[in-house]
Design a protein around this ligand. Structure first.
Ligand code: NAG
Length: 384
């Protein structure tokens, strides 16, 4: 028993091939194989670079600096006035419109928020309810304030350094040996100046198809790093793209645009605290860094080469389908491909089948034969 198990186990089985000399199937076979090879070489290996290890876990640091002067309500506005927060982070706002409510103190006046139940006269003589809070109350119903036009000419300087931890490669969005004069004067332009890290606000709005007069929302500046580290590291450069991030709310009637309030607090000599409240309408900029780097590695290469060779064999599935179903003489091909074993060629069963054609014995033997020769291939022969 054990011996026969071992001799059965240590055997080698190989498939028997049927060669079909047919032009039509032959051409289809070669075309399918060619398409599979072209797909693997052209798309998988050359385009998708399946021979590389890919690092998508990019690490990044962003610093920003806005420059420019504006004129608003007869006041010159500099960076400290219109950029919030001032730290130069990757998310910041440039204020383009302001509603200022000066000299507010804690007292009673006309408004609609925290009601006291009394009726008083509003700033234009109308009847209003009295509130308790910071007075005089902000009147943000004036919608006629125009944006600070000069903001179009403000520039945003982006300093971005990244690292691909898998390959330990660090890069900056502009070379460290860059010309000082160049960096002071250049403006980003996707065609003529794609590596300049200084962006004009008006240009950014133009790239996102936004008009300066209606803008109030969030703009994403995407810094994309797609690096092929099989080439020189110097070739690992970012590309910039611009999107309006809050596009879905653009036609929303409830929450349009972007605004926030902040106040500056003072104390008069007699000890009363008062404040200047600002309602600011701003463009928010968000610098998003993404990227991936690839470098040749033997493991993905071997896996994909094996996958390519295996897939070339897929052509036979299609050709079999055509050969066995749609071609002239499909029955003969079928008969050749699926050989039926109709009698068992042992002397004993020969005798038996001769002796008793009608007896169930040969049929049983035949079934056994079919069963034992089965080595993964299948047979679609019919019982007589
Ligand atoms: C922006 O700068 C250009 C060129 O310096 C100037 O002609 C234009 O008037 C400026 N725009 C605004 C709104 O100040």
């Amino acid at each position: 028993m054990v011996l026969s198990f071992f001799t059965d186990f240590f055997t080698y089985e190989t498939t028997k091939s049927v060669v079909v000399k047919s032009w039509s199937v032959g051409i289809i076979n070669r075309i399918v194989q060619l398409l599979i090879i072209v797909y693997f070489i052209g798309w998988v290996f050359l385009h998708e670079k399946a021979y590389q290890n890919i690092d998508t876990g990019i690490e990044s640091a962003v610093m920003t600096k806005v420059k420019g002067f504006g004129l608003y309500n007869n006041q010159v506005m500099d960076v400290a006035d219109y950029v919030v927060p001032t730290q130069g982070a990757s998310v910041f706002c440039i204020i383009t419109k302001l509603i200022v409510s000066e000299n507010q103190t804690q007292s009673f006046c006309a408004e609609v928020r925290i009601l006291t139940g009394k009726c008083v006269e509003g700033p234009r003589g109308e009847k209003r309810c009295e509130i308790r809070g910071w007075c005089p109350a902000e009147d943000d119903t004036i919608n006629t304030v125009s944006p600070m036009k000069e903001a179009e000419n403000f520039t945003i300087f982006i300093k971005n350094s990244i690292r691909f931890p898998m390959f330990n490669v660090t890069r900056g969005n502009f070379p460290s040996n860059i010309d000082e004069k160049y960096i002071k004067t250049c403006k980003y332009d996707p065609v003529h100046n794609p590596s300049c890290p200084i962006f004009r606000v008006g240009d950014i709005l133009k790239y996102t198809n936004e008009s300066f007069n209606t803008i109030g929302g969030e703009i994403g500046i995407n810094v994309g790093w797609v690096c092929d580290l099989d080439q020189s590291e110097e070739e690992c450069k970012p590309s910039y793209s611009f999107t309006r991030l809050d596009d879905v709310f653009q036609d929303n009637k409830v929450s349009k645009g972007y605004n926030f309030r902040f106040a500056k607090y003072f104390r008069s000599p007699d000890g009363t605290e008062y404040r200047t409240l600002h309602k600011a309408f701003a463009i928010r900029f968000d610098i998003l860094v993404s990227g991936k780097a690839g470098k040749f590695n033997a493991v993905p290469t071997v896996i994909n080469v094996v996958a390519a060779f295996t897939s070339v064999g897929l052509g036979t599935v299609l050709c079999d389908l055509i050969l066995l179903n749609f071609l002239k003489g499909a029955e003969q091909y079928k008969a050749k491909k699926f050989e039926e074993v109709t009698t068992v060629h042992t002397s004993e069963s020969n005798q038996l089948s001769q002796m008793s054609q009608e007896s169930p014995r040969p049929r049983k033997a035949k079934l056994e034969e079919k069963h034992s020769e089965d080595s993964g291939a299948f047979s679609i022969g019919q019982l007589p």
